[in-house]
Each structure stands twice: as C-alpha cells, then as structure tokens.
Design a protein around this ligand. Structure first.
Ligand code: HEC
Ligand code: HEC
Length: 490
C-alpha cells in the first residue's frame, strides 16, 4: 500500500473511529468527563481563549465547525485543510449567531464524517477518489504521522476494553455475563442519555469517614474557644444553616472587626482544587491555619488553642479515645478537616436530573440550564461544583473594578499570591452549589441577589446583555443546585 493511501486511511480511521467511540461510549469511559474537560479540552480551550481573547462560545462553535468540515472534506476528497479551516470559521460564526448550543455543535462535528459517508455513499466520491485528491498533500508527510492515529486508536480501544474488564470478582462465567451486561448498558445508556457529556456532574459519593473524628471536628467547628475573645467560632462565619456562609458582604470576626472579603461556603470545599478566593492554601489542612491565626477573624495561635481546649476534660478524653497522641495541634486540625470533608451536599434536584430523573426539574429550569450552557457560563462554572477548579479574571469582557471603584488589595486576587501581573483580579471560580442560600455574592459581596449576580456575570464575563426572561430562567436553574446535608434539604 502506498504511503499516501495509508495516510488517508489513517486520517479516516482516526476521525471515524475516535468520533464513533466518543459518540457511542462517551469520553467518560477513557477519562472521567471532568478530567477530559479540565485537562485535555478545557486546558486547551482556556489557553486559546486567553491568547486570542475569544468569547468561549465562539471558540466552541469554531471547534465544531473545524471538526465538521475537516471530516466532511476529507471524505469528499476536495479542498485542503486551509480551506476547511476558513469554511469552519465562517460556519462556526454563523452557527453561533444562530444561537445553537456550542457543545452540541462540537459533538456533532465529531460524527460528521460518518454522516458524510452515509449521505454521499461510494459512487463518484469514492474513497479511492478521495485518496487521489489527497496525494499531493501527502508527499511530505513523515512516517510517524501515518502511524500515530493508529496508535492513538489502539490506545483508545485498549483503554475501553480495560475499563470494561470486571474487577474484584473471581468467577469467570459471572465475569463474562457481567461484562456483557455492562457493555449493553453502556451502549443503551449512551444512546438514550442526553446528559452523558454534560459539563456539570453530580456530587460524587464520598468515602466513609471516622465518625468520632467527624463528631470532634463538628464540636471544634462550633467552639468559640478557638478565638481570642471566646466569641467567634468557625460557624460564626460558616453557618451550616445559612448554606455554610454568613449572609454578610464581609465577615465579622473578633472585636467586631470587618474582614476584607466575602465568606465562601464550607460545604463541598473538599472538592475545590485549592482553598480561598485566591487559592493561597493547597488543601483544607493548610487552610485551617488561616482563620485561627487571622487577626481579624479568630486572632489565635495554635498553642493558645490547645491550652484552651485542655481545660475541657471532655475534649481531652475524647481526643485520647480517638487519636493515639491525644489532644495535639495536628489532631485538632485533623478533626476539623475530617468534619469539613463530611460537609457534602448531594441529591440536589439537578443532580437527580443528571442521574436520569427527567421530572426532577421543570421545563423552565431546563431552559435555564440550556441558556447557562449556550451563553458559556459553563466554560468557567463546570464540573461537579460548577466552579472550584480554576482561576479566572473577574471582568474578562469589561472592567468590573473600574466600574465599581474603590479598589482594595483583596481585589487583586491571585496576584497577591503569585505577584504575576496576569494574575491581577483573578479569583478561584466559586462553586454554584447551594448558591441560592449564600447571598450576597462575589468576593466583595457586592451583589445582593442571584439575579444581580447573573447580570453582572453576563456583562463582565461574557460581554452579553441578557433579556429579563433569560436572567429569570438562569436564576431558576441555579436554584435547582441546592442539595441535601445529612439527608435533609439544606
Ligand atoms: C471571621 C469569619 C471567619 C471565621 C471565624 C472563619 N472563617 Fe473560614 N473563611 C472566611 C472568609 C472571609 C474566607 C475567605 C477568605 C479568603 O478567601 O481570603 C474563608 C474561607 C474559608 C475556607 C475556604 C473556602 C473556599 O471556598 O476557598 C474554608 C474551608 C474555611 N474558611 C473554613 C473555616 C474553618 C474550618 C474555620 C474555623 C477554624 C473558619 N473558616 C473560620 C471567614 C471566616
Ligand atoms: C470567564 C469565567 C466566568 C464565566 C464565563 C462566568 N463566571 Fe460566574 N464567576 C466567575 C468568577 C471568577 C467569579 C467570582 C468573581 C468575584 O467574586 O469577583 C464568579 C462568580 C459567580 C457567581 C457568584 C458566586 C458566589 O458565591 O459569590 C455567580 C452566581 C456566577 N458566577 C454565575 C455565573 C453565570 C450565571 C454565568 C453565565 C452568565 C457565569 N457565572 C459566567 C467566573 C465566570
């Protein structure tokens, strides 16, 4: 077989094969959807958005256009990649203007070669014809380029097979039955499920936690003896009955001192990629020192905390029972962190919907979600938390801080951690889980209502002016994100 023929088959196999594999089984069988969006696609998307100052929707539409035309032209055997690129940009722009869901367009692009093949069939536009047309382009193609798609496809298929292989079960017959059932289920669910590649996922189940540690952590979390004045506990600013926040624009700590920034919810923080608005703590363990030592929050040092707690015989006893070393700073921190890890809020109505209950949310709420995706909110608010997994500039499309005025150091966001100019005004994208309960919004607590927050976001992050109806529907959608804590609605 000639080199160019091989090249074209490789190309076809790659597009048809990978496209079909994605379509049938979903990328989530190769990587978790979250990994996919964040590391592969999201990383690339975000990089391109930054570099070219593109609106996220435009980008996704263009990507869909590229996929579509590349596949189509390849089968037709006409045009070059450059031509395909130009057409794609036009198509993407048109499709975007028509207001279609960019993610759906992108997915459609993946299967376009298949559709083209069905539409055109063999005849004059046979594959052979296509190979000839591509001959010129193929002359300088290095060998590895021909081999690579096959290797990739092989890896994809292998990963699929491995992911199907039953684990932790010894009976071979059962295996086969199980594996077969799994394949059938996969295929049928992927064919029937509209939600397979949704940018939002349900809150996952968590591992069982040590109950004694959780109970100790809960007590400490609500204990004012962690503060200098014996007046403030973690719960003062993270009230579990107020969605894990305090309902204030800026938190109030010891001596009535007003903090610099809005208190975020403590629910689901275990799933955040970093802690704090500016991500200065890597994880919950690193985070917990912050409030205790902050002079405007609790104003303590750990040795002082331990002295306070040691006066309580009950604590001493419980720590001794739960931890080998008893009441120590490390164990106090561990108990609080273990408790925080238990603060998850599954089973929101939207999660039930994602898991297949079509009736869990209303038609209007579904429309709200469709708008939320279409206009590009999900570019930043994605994954299981609809946030909490990246830093983004506040005011991407318009200057939020200039319009608001009174810029403070807290407004510099991530810049305060890295000192890099490009990080100025960047914040960890907040989670939108339970967001209806945690007004006021934004790091500065400037938006009193969800409605206002949505308007600010669409203007400053997406450069859009939404109609009142669109805003209302998005707000309705956001209210479906309120979950349960310990089996009770929040
Ligand atoms: C005086 C109010 C106050 C107290 C007391 C307080 N916090 Fe906070 N907490 C805040 C504020 C404000 C932030 C955001 C600070 C920032 O990002 O710079 C925050 C952030 C957090 C975060 C990070 C959340 C996220 O989304 O990044 C966690 C977790 C947290 N606090 C847990 C605790 C724990 C545990 C305690 C008790 C040891 C505590 N807080 C005490 C006000 C408070
Ligand atoms: C470019 C990234 C980006 C896009 C797009 C985006 N957001 Fe945001 N969102 C953020 C960041 C960053 C913040 C935090 C800003 C701050 O506190 O100053 C935020 C904050 C919010 C908040 C407040 C949450 C809280 O607890 O304070 C809501 C609500 C919100 N966004 C909803 C939306 C909606 C609805 C859309 C679509 C119209 C959207 N966002 C689009 C990045 C984005």
């Amino acid at each position: 077989m000639t080199k160019d023929k091989l090249l074209n088959i490789s190309n076809l196999v790659l597009r048809l094969g990978v496209g079909t594999v994605f379509l049938l089984f979903g990328v989530d069988k190769l990587l978790s959807p979250e990994q996919w969006i964040i590391y592969i696609e999201g990383g690339m998307v975000r990089w391109i958005l930054e570099v070219f100052h593109l609106n996220p929707n435009q980008f996704l539409s263009i990507q869909g256009g590229v996929e579509f035309l590349l596949g189509f032209l390849l089968i037709l055997g006409i045009g070059t990649r450059v031509l395909a690129g130009i057409c794609a940009v036009l198509l993407g722009a048109i499709v975007f203007e028509l207001g279609y869901d960019p993610i759906a367009i992108r997915d459609f692009g993946l299967i376009s070669p298949l559709i083209a093949l069905i539409l055109i069939g063999p005849g004059d536009w046979s594959l052979d014809e296509a190979f000839k047309q591509f001959k010129r382009n193929a002359q300088d193609t290095p060998q590895w380029f021909i081999v690579l798609p096959w290797v990739l496809l092989g890896v994809c298929l292998l990963a699929l097979i491995i992911s199907w292989m039953p684990k932790n079960d010894s009976e071979p017959v059962k295996h086969r039955v199980k594996a077969k059932a799994k394949v059938v289920k996969l295929v049928s669910s992927s064919l029937s499920s509209k939600l397979r590649r949704e940018p939002v996922f349900p809150i996952p189940d968590i591992e069982p936690l040590d109950e004694d540690r959780v109970a100790l952590g809960r007590a400490l979390f609500h204990d004012t003896r962690l503060s200098k004045t014996n007046t403030i506990s973690c719960a003062s600013c993270h009230d579990l009955s107020k969605g894990g926040a305090d309902g204030l624009a800026k938190s109030v700590g010891i001596h009535g001192l007003v903090g610099d920034i809005n208190s975020p919810s403590v629910f689901n923080t275990r799933f955040h990629f970093k802690q704090f608005w500016d991500g200065r703590a890597e994880d919950l363990l690193e985070q917990v020192n912050g409030p205790v030592e902050n002079h405007k929050e609790m104003g303590m040092s750990w040795p002082e905390v331990i002295v306070n707690l040691q006066q309580d015989a009950d604590y001493v006893k419980r720590f001794k029972k739960t931890y080998e070393e008893g009441l120590t700073t490390d164990n106090v921190r561990d108990a609080i962190v273990t408790f925080e890890k238990s603060l998850v809020t599954p089973n929101s109505r939207f999660d039930l919907y994602l898991k297949g209950d079509d009736q869990a949310i209303s038609a209007e709420e579904k429309e709200g979600y469709a708008i939320f995706k279409r206009i590009g909110c999900t570019v930043c608010h994605e994954g299981k938390l609809l946030g909490g997994n990246m830093f983004q500039t506040m005011g991407k499309m318009a200057n939020y801080f200039e319009d608001r005025g009174n810029i403070t150091e807290a407004d510099y966001g991530r810049f305060n951690v890295t000192g890099n100019e490009e990080d100025r005004y960047k914040f960890k994208v907040p989670s939108l889980r339970n967001v209806e309960l945690t007004a006021p919004y934004f790091h500065d607590g400037s938006a009193e209502t969800l409605e206002e927050a949505v308007q600010v976001m669409s203007k400053y992050q997406l450069g859009l002016q939404l109609s009142q109806d669109e805003v209302d529907k998005i707000v309705l959608y956001l209210k479906t994100l309120t979950g349960e804590y310990e089996g009770q609605p929040l």
